[in-house]
Design a protein. Structure first.
Length: 270
């Protein structure tokens, strides 16, 4: 496909601010497009080539983008430096990492930490071993709330209207067992709130099962979710629930202690 030519003054790009266009350039990158030529960047951002060239040059000078020897562009380290200032991601991650390491040593399975961003979960840390079941997540990846253990936790304890927003669009299917019926999803969320644990059985892949628990902030609000992913065929979920619950509670206590507070006791319901 050839790159789009310059847009007319009334074209689709006319109403976007400079900041919006810069964000469109950054948003052109994803897990499948980590390296882009200038032409591809312009096309994916929906920008005229000349505009993209000017914005890419500014972003490269600042460090948001980097250019390699082939002329292709990548996300730059400066953005990583800025991202580390996010309290919802890195602050929780720093509190969680020692407990995640303990959980990994106890299970030798994939241990994951995620936060909610809109209608998706964002994974902020992952510990995995060579013999652990293969997972499709990575640090920084996004997945829908309804199809993952961490997502079910964050959805169950999210704002009251979050469920309606999630179900206002078709629930994406990944396997034959992925929850796609809103009524089934509502029942699953009620069970999460009743037990304080989400078990996501073969929702993303047919060989993986996730056990997740909420991580709470000092006021009792759920700020993240911790999970361990194990082979679905091994039937290990019941035995791992206490370990996941204890690790999540330890993270919650650490977050509360950082602010000199006692953690609010967990309660069923929202």
């Amino acid at each position: 496909m050839s790159p789009p030519g310059p847009r007319a003054p009334g074209g689709p790009d006319a109403g976007r601010s400079v900041a919006g266009r810069m964000l469109a350039v950054l948003d052109a990158f994803d897990a499948s497009h980590r390296s882009l030529s200038l032409t591809a960047l312009a096309r994916r951002a929906g920008l005229p080539l000349a505009t993209a060239h000017r914005l890419v040059a500014s972003l490269t000078r600042w460090g948001a983008l980097e250019r390699d020897a082939t002329g292709a562009y990548h996300i730059g380290l400066r953005l990583w430096e800025v991202a580390t200032l996010s309290p919802r991601g890195v602050g929780v991650r720093e509190a969680a990492l020692p407990f995640m390491e303990d959980l990994y040593e106890a299970t030798h399975e994939n241990v994951q930490l995620a936060v909610r961003d809109g209608l998706e979960v964002v994974y902020v840390e992952l510990i995995s071993g060579h013999s652990a079941v293969q997972v499709r997540t990575r640090v920084g990846s996004r997945w829908p709330l309804h199809a993952t253990g961490v997502g079910l936790v964050l959805l169950a304890y999210g704002p009251p209207r979050l469920y309606e927003r999630v179900c206002s669009r078709p629930l994406r299917r990944y396997t034959e067992l992925t929850i796609q019926d809103p009524h089934r999803l509502r029942a699953a969320l009620a069970e999460v709130r009743r037990t304080g644990i989400a078990v996501s059985d073969r929702q993303i892949t047919m060989d993986g099962l996730s056990i997740a628990a909420p991580v709470r902030g000092p006021r009792g609000e759920v700020v993240a979710s911790l999970s361990v992913v194990v082979p679905a065929a091994e039937g290990r979920a019941p035995g791992l629930i206490p370990a996941v619950r204890v690790a999540a509670h330890g993270i919650s206590r650490t977050l509360a202690a950082a602010l000199g507070q006692e953690p609010v006791a967990e309660a069923s319901g929202r």
